[in-house]
Design a protein around this ligand. Structure first.
Ligand code: TYD
Ligand code: MG
Length: 451
């Protein structure tokens, strides 16, 4: 094989480059690019004649088979209402976050509803998987176990067994003998995923591929197979927190951005059915720098506490440290506060944090972020029974956001008595909360902080 025909591939995102470079232009990762041999052609096939199906013919067939419920509500919701037959699902996450635990519990739960499930581990021996099952109290669940990394053997087994669901833990350990690259390389991971996804569609077997998020180096990350699967879920959590969040980032069969919340316990993952209570649990008295945001995660309202700390800086360029929010959004809000309300943060370090390890992506969080920042800067606590939400525009105006009623309902349910929100928000009444509607940030600053 001539050297010139090899390519340089990013193990984080799968982008290919003409030559080696330290940083991938496509995803920005450092030291993620490795040299890979090109995909070998593999055995030549003669090719089969395809057959086109009329869309109208399909419409006369029965409705698609109903989704299978796992019996774990938090998982079903993230899947978009249960497992779709013959679909391909990727579950990504940092090593040690609890992917194998989640999927073994899911496997057992599906199996107990009567589904035929195979759990294939390429990382642990069958005995180790069994030990884990024992720890989780699942040793009696009718799940088929396999410890195998040769994909050819796995496909043969799946073809013979025809389970409804096959879990492959993890895709980075699988290898195909037709690909001349090490297991875990971009070409092996892609080829293995391709074979499994094709098999899923052809044979009507739903497959779950587990993928470790890799920080750098030689092992391909789950992003390189994201485009091949129907559903992409990431299992996230902050170290030191016992909460785990399963987040749908892509879903052909349901809403993206849906989350399921779990708690890691001594015997496996437990569902958290009321996440708002959880994310607010450590706040008992009013504290400057804290604001409660009434947010929406997927289809569900979730209240979270936004915490800010503002302190004089000793650095030439003050610190801007953000956990759980977009740092660009923080810069924008700081700029609007300075330009439109005359409240500068120059010479001040700013730390911003979403309590409980949740990640908030909604622009609706702007007002709560501004509230937390101002409250920290002025050392004035926001009333502890107040929630805030609303988008801040560059002009300093507050823009109404969607699902106002759901947000208020959730806040009211949890005992909050007042809400600060943009003027013009669609509230159809029916709430007994005190609503403070504000047209812009200047009015908000005046009312809350008397500035
Ligand atoms: P694991 O599912 O092996 O993670 P992954 O497959 O994502 O690498 O989970 C590993 C961690 O979870 C490990 O640190 C131990 C912890 N754990 C519990 O706290 N309780 C349990 O019941 C189990 C099975 C694991
Ligand atoms: Mg694992």
């Amino acid at each position: 094989m001539s050297k010139s025909s090899s390519s340089f591939t990013c193990t984080a995102c799968g982008a290919t480059h003409k030559k080696w470079q330290g940083r991938c232009d496509a995803c920005g990762a450092w030291n993620s690019i490795v040299e890979e041999a090109p995909l070998s052609a593999g055995p030549k096939s003669l090719g089969h004649k395809g057959r086109a199906i009329q869309l109208t013919d399909l419409a006369t067939e029965e409705d698609p088979p109903p989704r299978a419920s796992s019996g774990i509500d938090e998982l079903d919701r993230v899947l978009g209402g249960g497992l779709v037959p013959a679909s391909a699902i990727l579950v990504g996450g940092d090593p040690g976050i609890g992917k194998s635990t989640l999927l073994l519990q899911a496997a057992a739960s599906f199996a107990r509803t009567g589904l035929k499930v195979l759990y294939i581990s390429g990382e642990e021996a069958a005995a180790q998987v069994r030990m884990r099952a024992q720890r989780l109290g699942l040793q009696d669940a009718p799940v088929g176990l396999g410890a195998e990394t040769n994909l050819r053997d796995i496909l043969t087994t799946l073809d013979a067994e025809r389970p409804a669901l096959a879990i492959i833990d993890s895709i980075q350990t699988m290898w195909l003998d037709t690909v001349e690259a090490a297991p875990g390389s971009v070409s092996q991971v892609r080829a293995a995923a391709h074979e499994l996804v094709t098999f899923a569609k052809k044979r009507g077997v739903a497959v779950v591929l587990v993928g470790h998020v890799t920080k750098e180096g030689q092992i391909a990350g789950p992003r390189v197979v994201e485009h091949m699967v129907d559903t992409v879920l990431y299992f996230e959590g902050e170290r030191g927190h016992q909460f785990r969040i399963l987040r749908a980032v892509k879903n052909r069969f349901g809403p993206a951005d849906e989350i399921g919340v779990f708690e890691m316990t001594g015997n496996g993952l437990a569902q958290v059915t009321n996440p708002s209570a959880l994310f607010l649990s450590d706040r008992d008295r009013p504290a400057p720098g804290s604001a409660v945001f009434a947010g929406i995660e997927g289809t569900r309202p979730v209240l979270t506490e936004i915490q800010a700390l503002v302190a004089p800086s000793t650095l030439g360029t003050p610190r801007r440290t953000v956990v759980g929010l977009d740092s660009g959004r923080l810069s924008t809000i700081l700029a609007v506060l300075e330009a439109r309300c005359g409240i500068p943060f120059t010479g001040l370090d700013v730390f911003l944090n979403v309590a409980g390890g949740l990640r908030v992506n909604e622009p609706a969080a702007d007002l709560a972020v501004a509230g937390a920042l101002l409250s920290a800067r002025e050392d004035v606590a926001i009333p502890p029974d107040m929630v805030l939400f609303g988008e801040i525009s560059l002009s300093g105006a507050l823009r109404p956001v969607g699902q106002t009623e759901n947000r208020l309902k959730e806040a009211s349910k949890l005992g909050f008595q007042q809400a600060t929100l943009p003027t013009g928000s669609k509230t159809v009444g029916g709430t007994d909360m005190r609503l403070r509607q504000m047209p812009d940030l200047t009015a908000f600053v005046g009312e809350m902080f008397g500035a």
